[in-house]
Design a binder for this molecule. Structure first.
Ligand code: AVI
Length: 319
């Protein structure tokens, strides 16, 4: 199995980061993809976000899983092979894995080989009856699913955490369509999505009182300085997060507090006071719009589970 830790891949990753940052700072308006938040520090800050009182998605999704894991497991059927793109520490997946009937295996896929191996070991110790077959890969670029010892009756793609929300609608549709061949002919897709709700609840979730989300956003500049030889002064930028009702998305930006010139890898970029660098969009769906997106990607909506407030949904699809 390929790992992400060979020098060539690290260099390739660094040069893609550099090319994307230079292109994003040259664009109007300036923008850098949200996937670059997640260096070690960014991932640790995201873990903290997930525990914040204002950030409801993680605990709401977990509560839905805990309340309905039995039904979900029954819907996936016995001897399922569970594939999780972007698995991270597989924290919430444990709830589902525990409920599955004789699971064939669990295939967590993550870009960080080190993180993946660490959490695979913990899972094997906790759930010794489940074969864990980690794949270190960028799930958006495609990957091969390893063959488990026990013959699966079905493959199921589990994509929780509202990660889909960070994809633009067209890219989200392409991603879900790409899960079709992964799941196979009678496969299933179980998708976690954040739902549209009161604007204050949404905006507080992305601009918390302790300023952890602000730190998470500003860490992108720290990462650019360290990895790409930038000279951003993070204190010269302000975290901005708001909900765009028309687009149904939270936007996060870094707003320049003054006119300033920043250099990255020897290139100079001017910011005017108040100018924004767009760092993330987080789309919020409705039960109908998520069913429609799945349908547009070639999936058939089967059912959805939600919480009492209707804040988050787990949506199940078949081919
Ligand atoms: C990873 N992703 C689903 C998070 C979200 O809610 O869009 C990232 C995040 N950004 C700020 N807070 C959390």
């Amino acid at each position: 199995m390929a790992t992400m830790s060979t020098p060539r891949r690290v260099e390739a990753g660094a040069s893609a980061f550099l090319a994307d940052v230079l292109a994003g700072l040259s664009a109007t308006p300036k923008a850098i993809a949200a996937k670059y938040f997640y260096d070690a520090n960014g991932s640790a800050l995201f873990d903290r976000i997930c525990t914040l009182p204002e950030y409801y998605p993680t605990r709401t999704e977990r509560a839905i899983l805990e309340a309905h894991a039995g039904e979900m497991a029954a819907a996936l059927g016995a001897r399922a092979l569970l594939i999780e793109p972007g698995a991270g520490s597989s924290e919430k997946t444990r709830v589902l894995l525990r409920a599955l009937e004789e699971p064939a295996a669990y295939v967590p896929v993550d870009i960080s080989a080190e993180h993946l191996e660490h959490s695979a070991q913990a899972l094997r110790a906790e759930l010794p009856h489940i074969e864990v077959l980690p794949v270190a890969a960028d799930f958006t670029a495609g990957f091969a699913v390893p063959r488990p010892q026990r013959q699966p009756l079905r493959r199921a793609v589990f994509f929780p955490g509202s990660t889909l929300g960070n994809f633009e609608p067209d890219a989200a549709r392409r991603l879900l369509a790409g899960f079709r061949p992964l799941a196979g002919r009678d496969g299933r897709l179980l998708l976690g999505v954040d739902l549209q709700k009161d604007i204050d609840v949404l905006e507080r979730a992305y601009d918390d009182a302790q300023g952890v989300t602000a730190q998470f956003n500003l860490n992108l500049l720290v990462r650019i300085n360290r990895e790409l030889g930038g000279n951003f002064d993070p204190a010269a930028f302000r975290h901005v997060a708001f909900y765009d009702r028309e687009r149904g998305r939270i936007e996060m930006h870094l707003e320049s507090r003054s006119d300033q010139v920043v250099s990255v890898a020897g290139r100079r970029f001017c910011f005017r006071a108040g100018e924004r660098l767009h760092t993330e969009s987080s789309y919020k769906y409705t039960p109908d719009s998520i069913a429609a997106l799945g349908t547009a990607a070639g999936w058939r909506p089967l059912r959805q589970w939600t919480d009492d407030r209707g804040w988050f949904a787990l949506a199940l699809f078949a081919p």
